[in-house]
Ligand binder design. Structure first.
Ligand code: SAH
Length: 390
């Protein structure tokens, strides 16, 4: 058997215990020692415990913003990327953002939700979203996703109760890595986040939701949380806001959601609705939305269940940079919510947290990368004249 200092270090970040044990076995390290090393990293926050060794990306920005429930913390990790297409201009890294959001539950207990990014930028081009403005740079690996949790837990020192894939990127555009990251985050030997406390939020890629339908039928996955960003009450408005709707429309979304409800034993899917004044906030929109949600309001598979199967999260729009629309007023949000409630929709009104630090929903997009989009780098005459992000 190899001696400790002869073993090449292995990073368990992004791996399940089993995957780490297998990798260790290749190095001649036994299961018991592999397990101890795995736990040292995920439970004690050690960066090194042979043969485990992890390298955390540097945190380049950190911003705190007091909110009613405590303090929202946004941190930016810098991932080295030597093959970056702007490397010759000195940009050989990718910045990704994560946000820790305090919440007070119904029982009065304070919890922390970590909002993680699944990609650097996003390809989907939703008109209201800040991240969309920078386009897609690349997808993150499972280990880069899990590293966001590790930094929140052990660098920020905050116990993370819930994880939502609502940061930069579309999880369904990077589903393999997202699912691998979730396997790691839920590993009972390690991070041990309950599956029910993890939510994937999607723009509504029906092909991805079909894969999720298969996935949630595997052992341990039934409770995975799902959120759909609907953001409109009819196809005309939705297609204008979210180009993906031209591929999969609201009827197709409703169909797959009903299929999912069946295989998930009636579990609710959170429907998210970003309320944008002058775009989707009229009372008629609320009526249309309630009609679209109608099949979810009563769940035939749960006759005796109290409450509603339809759960709608109304998110007041956070103006992105150069936004053509303002944030809605309190009155506009109230009127919209009241109308939905009158139709029997169970509405959760999300309070905006982190708007000042641009850490709120749809406001994630890093300054360095944004610069590339809006400020073309000057190139010498001999070089190609296209803008760098083209
Ligand atoms: N791509 C995934 C996850 C990232 S967006 C998705 O679309 O669900 C996370 C949530 O933030 C989505 O519900 C999205 O609709 C919302 N969002 C995006 N831009 C926003 C903005 N400017 N103001 C408020 N919410 C926004």
């Amino acid at each position: 058997m190899a001696l400790a200092d002869e073993i090449s270090p292995i990073s368990p970040i992004g791996m399940t215990l089993q995957a780490f044990v297998d990798a260790c076995a290749d190095e001649g390290v036994g299961k018991g020692r592999a397990k101890e090393a795995y736990q040292a990293v995920f439970r004690e926050g050690k960066t090194s415990s042979a043969p485990a060794k992890i390298t955390m990306p540097e945190i380049v920005t950190r911003q705190e913003e007091p909110v009613n429930e405590g303090v929202t913390v946004k941190f930016v990790q810098r991932l080295p990327n030597p093959s970056h297409k702007l490397a010759r201009h000195g940009i050989d890294f990718d910045d990704i953002e994560s946000v820790i959001i305090p919440m007070i539950g119904r029982s009065g207990r304070k919890t922390h939700t970590l909002c993680v990014s699944s990609q650097v930028g996003c390809a989907l081009g939703c008109d209201f979203c800040e991240t969309a403005q920078m386009g897609l740079i690349r997808s993150l690996s499972a280990s880069e996703i899990v590293a966001q949790w590790w930094a929140a837990r052990f660098i920020e020192g905050i116990e993370i109760d819930n994880i939502v894939f609502m940061g930069m990127g579309e999880p369904m555009d990077n589903l393999d890595e997202v699912l691998t990251a979730i396997e790691c985050l839920t590993d009972r030997t390690g991070a041990s986040i309950p599956m029910a406390n993890i939510t994937i939020s999607t723009v509504g890629r029906v092909d991805g939701l079909r894969r999720i339908k298969e996935q949630v039928q595997k052992p341990g996955w039934k409770r995975l949380g799902l959120a759909l960003s609907l953001n409109a009450s009819n196809d005309e408005v939705r297609s204008k806001l979210m180009p993906i709707n031209k591929k999969w429309n609201m009827q197709q979304l409703q169909d797959i959601l009903l299929e999912l409800r069946e295989v998930r034993g009636g579990r609710k899917i959170m429907i998210e609705y970003v309320l944008i004044p002058g775009v989707n906030n009229e009372l008629e929109h609320a009526d249309e939305l309630a009609a679209w949600m109608n099949p979810f309001l009563k769940d035939p598979t749960r006759e005796k269940a109290k409450g509603h199967g339809g759960l709608l999260n109304v998110i007041p729009y956070n103006p992105r940079r150069d936004s053509p629309w303002p944030a809605p007023t309190e009155e506009q949000v109230d009127a919209f919510v009241e109308r939905l409630v009158s139709h029997g929709v169970f509405v959760n009104r999300r309070r905006t947290k982190g708007r000042d630090t641009m850490a709120a929903c749809g406001q994630l997009g890093t300054a360095e990368i944004r610069k590339r989009k809006f400020v073309p780098v000057k190139l010498s005459a001999s070089e190609d004249q296209s803008t760098p992000d083209a």
